[in-house]
Design a protein around this ligand. Sequence first.
Ligand code: WTA
Length: 656
Amino acid sequence: MSDNTESTTTAGQIDTVMHESRLFPPIGEFVAKARISSLDQYQQLWDEAKESPVDFWAKLAQEELHWFRPFETPLKWEEPHAQWFVGGQTNASYNCLDAHLTTDRRNKAAIIWEGEPGDVRTLTYLQLHREVSKFANALKELGVGKGDVVSIYMPMTPELAIAMLACARIGAVHSVIFAGFSAEAIADRNNDAKAKLQITADGGYRRGKVLPLKETIDAALEKSPTVENCIVLRRTNNNPPMQEGRDHWYHNLMERASSDCPATPLESEDSLFILYTSGSTGKPKGIRHTTAGYNLYVKKTFEWVFDIREEDVYWCTADCGWITGHSYIVYGPLSAGATTMMYEGAPNFPAENRFWELVEKHQVNILYTAPTAIRAFIKWGDHHVEKHDLSSLRLLGTVGEGINPEAWMWYHEKIGGKRCPIVDTWWQTETGGIMMSPLPGAIPTKPGSCTKPLPGILPSIVDEENQPVEVGHGGMLCISHPWPGMLRGIWGDEERYKEQYWSKVPGSYLTGDNARCDDDGYYWIMGRIDDVINVSGHRLSTIEVESALVSHPAVAEAAVVGRPDDLKGQAIAAFVTVTGEASEELRQELRLHVRKEIGALAQPDDIRFAAAVPKTRSGKIMRRLLRDIACGKETAGDTSTLEDYSVLVSLRDEEE
Ligand code: WTA
C-alpha cells in the first residue's frame, strides 16, 4: 500500500509519475531541406503569431486560398462564436483541385489508391477534377444544392473522396459515416442532420470478405425519412436490390453527367461538413466545420507538420470516416498539391505485412498512423516488417491517442530505421486540424510527448479552480484564442456546444483532455478529464500507468481505469493483453515492474488478463465499459484464462 496518503498538490492538479528523458534532435539530412529548420525559426513564427493571431492568420488566408471575393473582417469573435474571414468567398473543392490545374501539378498524382484485393488506381489532379465535377453535376441532377446535407457511407475508395469534394464544390454539406456503423447509428445521424441524399456502395472489402454496405443502408433508410435518393457505387458486384425511384447507380449517373461544373463561390462561414463523434457520454454530436477557416487550417498544418515536398508519396492510414481522413487524406494534402495515398482494407490482409508491402511497393515517404495500429504490429512480430525495404520512408506520424514511449521507440527503430523523425500529433475532431506536434525539422522529440503548439495556437493548463497549474503538474488543457480550424458548433444543439466547450473555463475552449507541460515547454497529454484516477488524493493519468505496463516485454497492450476503493478513494485496475502465457507469476511481476518504473503509488491493484482490450471503432480504449467491469467484480481468481470482451463491445457499440 502507498504511504503517500496525504496529497501534496493544490486543488485538482494531476501528479505525474512518468520519467521520460530520451531526447531525439531533428536529423541533419532532414533539417537541411525542411521548411522550418530550427527551434529558433519555430519560436519566431510562434511568437509572431502569439503577438497578433488575427493578423497572422489573415495574412496566411490571403496567400494560401483562392478568393472569389476577398474577405473584409479576419475574425468576428463573440464568445463562443467565431467567424473567420468574413465577407470573403472561396471554395474548398476549388482550392483542392482547380488551383493546381494551371501549375506543374496538373498531371501529378493526386490520389494513389489500392483496394484490398490489390487493385490499384491513380488519379491525377486533372482526372480528379473531372471526376469531381461530373459527380457534382450528378448531385445537382438529383436536386442537391447549397446547404443540403449529404450522408456518405462508403468503403475507402477514390469515390469517397470524390463524393466529399463534389459536395464541397456545390456547397452541399457532407456527413461521412464510417462504414462500420450499424443501420441504427446511420439512421440516428441521418435524422439529426436531416440528410437529403445518401451515397453508398454495394459493398467494400475487409479481410477478404465483402461488407454488404447497401444492405445496411437499406435498413437505415427505412428509418431515415428525410433521405430522398440514394446513389450506389458498384465496387464488389454483389448485386444488392435497388429500389426503383430512390436508388441510382453511380456509374449510370456519371455516364450522362457533364464534366463542366465550376465551383460555387461560398461564404467563408458556409458549412463544409458535419462529422459525428461519440464523445465519452450520450448521443453522438454533429461537429460542424465551415469552409475557409477549416481549409486554411488543414492546408497550413499539413505543410508544417509533414514538411511535404513535391515528390513525396504521403500515406495516412486513417479512414475518411474520421476527422483524420477528412483533414489529412483529403482536404489538407489536396489543397497543398500533395500525392495522397488511400488503402481500402485491413492491415493484416492477406497477411500482417500488408502495410509494409504497400510502403515498399508505392515507395511511401511519409506514413501517418495510429498508436493502436503500432501496438498491433509489435504484437504481430518484427519478421513481418523485416521482409520489406522501408528505406523510402523519411517521416512518421501518429494520431488518435497517446503513444506509449516503448511503442514510440519500436516505431522509431523498426519502421523509421532510426532516421525518420516522428510527429506525435495531438488534436481532435473539434479542432479541425493538428494543434500540437513537433515540426520535424525544428523540434527535438521526446517519446510520448506531442511537444509544442503550432503557430497561432495558445494552450493553457488550469486546475479545477481555473488557476494555471505549476510547471510539471497536470491539469485541464484549454486553448485561449480562437483558431481558424475550430468547430463552429454542434449541429442543432447550441446549448450543448456552449456547455461542453465554453462553460467551465471562461474565455477558453475546453479540450476535455488533461495535460502537463514540462520544464522545456513540452506538452504531455494525460488522457481525458473523466479518466483521471484519484489514488489517496493523488490524481494520476491513465496513460502513464499504461505506458509502464507496455514497457514490460510480455505486454502487448494495456488499459487502466479507476474503481472505487474504501481506503484509497480509487484503486487502479489494469486490463492487460500479453504476448505469451498469462500466469500468477506474471501478474506479480507486472505489479513490481510498474512499482519499479513509476513508483508504489501507481502500482495496479487489479490486473486482469484480457484476450483483447475493447476499443471504439476509431481505436480508442472503451474506458467506460472497463470501469463498469472493474467495479462489478473483484479480480478473477484463476489467472490463466484470458477474458474476451469482444461480445460486450459489440453490444455496447450497437447502443450508439
Ligand atoms: C486523443 C482525433 C494523446 C485525445 C484526431 C483527444 C491524443 C482525442 C492524441 C480526439 C495524441 C488524439 N496524444 N492523445 N497525439 N491525438 N488524442 O476526435 O484524447 O477522434 O481529445 O480526433 O483523442 O479524438 P478524435
